[in-house]
Write a protein that binds this ligand. Structure first.
Ligand code: ATP
Ligand code: MG
Length: 563
């Protein structure tokens, strides 16, 4: 599977084709140096995983380097908590940075470069307010107009910029702008803002600065300082590339990183934007950044996704130049594949129905042998305790079954996985409500699993747990965060929130062997899907399991119907 995925990736990764060409031409002295530049204003999501796999994966493929650089130029939205979470998530995904930087490390140099631009006559201090600046800027169909402050002398600009830096003006009073071309068809070239005034304490530089550089100005310079060769970013920056190049050309920087854009990852039924995820959190629609319904890396981890499954997903999706939307079933497929191979099997009854086996001795208990993985004997076996009273799923019994129902019904016989055949002989109901509360069955000792019994066959095999030995547990089932999957637009996502995205079943029973299950470990509950022990809420007394993904392979179906 993995080899196949990598194959697909190699054919579709246009960035690697560009790099191959660069290496042939000895561009960038034959080096490959990438970077992943998150803004620490939220937790990383699965979209970032794509950028991480691409940047770190590219460096690895070419024996190059990849930096982690926090783009911390907006002190109002950024927090140390996010920095730590981002580092943890990257490591968990299986990557490590060669060097760690913060854009704020370059504040001094960025300031000096701004002074240089002023001296070159390529930057000016502008007093227009936001509203006026917007009017002067023009639109896609209408050219912009020069700011009345555009022709200030170099001396005056130097003096005003220094005053900006010294905190002599209020927030928003003045900005430093590049002097390029207000008539450019590209709005990003119409004298973009380089610096704004913000009287805010920065996590790292504290109160040293009250002017902060804009992302578009910071980015090319940070890339150049670090010797980045290929600056990979998402497609929305394509129109920003002329400015990226303008900055480095004008400053005549000795390093010339090259910006290459790739398509952002979009996934059906999923919100992929830190800003929007933060909004969900602030409105109390989710419990935290790591709420297992979130598409963040930390939520996927808590949900039971493995790093490999996320890397495989990014590989399958590939790197394309055009935006598209990927079916979330593909992500589910990737984790199902990985867990199918590696997760131990076990039994859990989510909606229990009590079954008394009448002909089984009262005090007897047996420890039956169950394999941990049907295809991998190396994963060993475990003991399944069996006794007179067991639980099966309510859904596995019907009093009046239709023809094709092969599970338990009055007078019918089924196999209990790893145990015996049982036959239902009586149904006990609540006198008042008429609800079924218990079944009476008999078992056939000859049919013990592994005994080679072949005198008669049964069609259904049920999972079960022994009442005396089972552990009570809570099981959480998750649905997609957004409904209406046909709509790819997530801007109006608030109307599309799935109100039933989590179902908490608190009266479940899991087999005894789960007593030692560590937080975060994954299992297949037979016939139910893949589950993991919750890392936050689970305790020895009350284990909590999150369903990572069901057994059903919807992606296989989707891809078949698409063929
Ligand atoms: P968000 O809108 O979620 O805040 P962002 O692009 O503002 O995303 P950054 O922290 O600036 O987040 O992103 C760091 C890197 O991750 C950028 O290079 C960005 O292009 C990339 N990235 C973010 N979202 C996606 C996505 N959905 N698909 C691919 N790459 C992404
Ligand atoms: Mg951003």
């Amino acid at each position: 599977m993995s080899e196949k995925i990598n194959d697909i990736n190699e054919h579709s990764n246009f960035i690697h084709k560009i790099i191959d060409e660069d290496l042939k031409n000895e561009k960038h002295n034959g080096k490959v140096h990438t970077r992943f530049p998150p803004e620490p204003n939220g937790y990383l999501h699965i979209g970032h995983a794509k950028a991480i796999c691409l940047n770190f994966g590219t460096a690895k493929k070419y024996n190059g380097l990849c930096n982690l650089r926090f783009d911390d130029t907006n002190p109002i939205k950024e927090e140390v908590e996010y920095v730590e979470a981002i580092k943890r998530d990257i490591k968990w995904l299986g990557f490590d940075w060669d060097r760690l930087f913060f854009a704020s490390d370059y504040f001094e140099q960025l300031y000096d470069y701004a002074v240089k631009l002023i001296k070159l006559g390529k930057a000016f201090v502008c007093d227009l307010d936001v509203e006026e600046m917007r009017k002067y800027r023009g639109t896609l169909v209408e050219k912009g107009k020069d700011s009345p402050f555009r022709n200030r002398s170099i001396e005056e600009n130097l003096m005003l910029f220094e005053k900006m830096k010294n905190g002599e003006f209020e927030k928003g009073k003045r900005v430093l702008r590049a002097k390029i071309d207000m008539k450019s068809p590209n709005l990003n070239m119409r004298d973009p803002v380089l610096y704004r005034i913000l009287h805010a304490t920065h996590d790292r530089t504290r109160d040293k600065w009250c002017i902060y550089p804009m992302y578009d100005y910071t980015h090319p310079i940070s890339d150049a300082i670090e010797g980045i060769t290929h600056s990979l970013c998402s497609l929305e920056f394509e129109d920003h590339r002329p400015f990226y190049d303008w900055v480095l050309d004008t400053l005549e920087h000795k390093n010339r990183p090259q910006q290459i854009e790739f398509a952002r990852l979009n996934i059906t039924n999923t919100v992929l934007s830190k800003r929007k995820l933060l909004a969900l959190l602030e409105q109390g629609l989710v419990d935290g950044w790591d709420d297992p319904r979130m598409p963040t890396i930390s939520a996927l981890r808590r949900r039971g996704y493995t790093p490999k499954s996320i890397r495989d997903f990014c590989d399958i999706v590939g790197v394309a130049k055009n935006n598209s939307i990927v079916d979330i079933a593909m992500l589910e497929y990737c984790v199902r594949e990985d867990l199918d191979r590696n997760a131990k099997r076990g039994m859990a009854v989510l909606k229990p129905l009590r079954v008394v086996i009448e002909n089984y001795p009262e005090d007897k208990e047996e420890f039956l042998v169950a394999e941990n993985h049907p295809k991998n004997p190396k994963m060993g076996t475990r003991e399944m305790p069996f006794s007179k009273v067991i639980y099966i799923e309510q859904d596995d019994f019907l009093e009046d079954p239709p023809k094709k129902f092969f599970r338990l019904a009055p007078g019918r016989e089924v196999r209990l996985k790893h145990a015996y055949f049982i036959e239902c002989v009586d149904v006990i109901k609540d006198e008042q409500t008429g609800q079924i509360i218990e079944l009476r069955c008999t078992y056939d000792p000859e049919t013990k699993s592994g005994s080679g019994f072949n005198k008669r066959k049964v069609k259904g095999t049920l999972h079960w747990v022994s009442e005396k030995h089972a552990l009570k547990a809570e099981v959480r089932l998750y649905g997609h965060m957004l409904v209406n999957e046909s709509e790819s637009n997530t801007d109006d996502f608030k109307n599309r929130i799935n109100q039933h995205s989590v179902k908490k079943l608190s009266n479940c029973f899991v087999e005894q062997s789960f007593i030692d299950a560590e937080r975060g470990s994954s299992f297949q509950f037979l016939r139910h899907g893949y589950f993991c022990v919750d890392t936050i809420d689970s305790t020895k007394e009350k284990p909590v399991f999150n369903r990572t993904v069901s057994l059903r392979d919807t992606w296989a179906k989707v891809s078949k119907t698409n063929k």
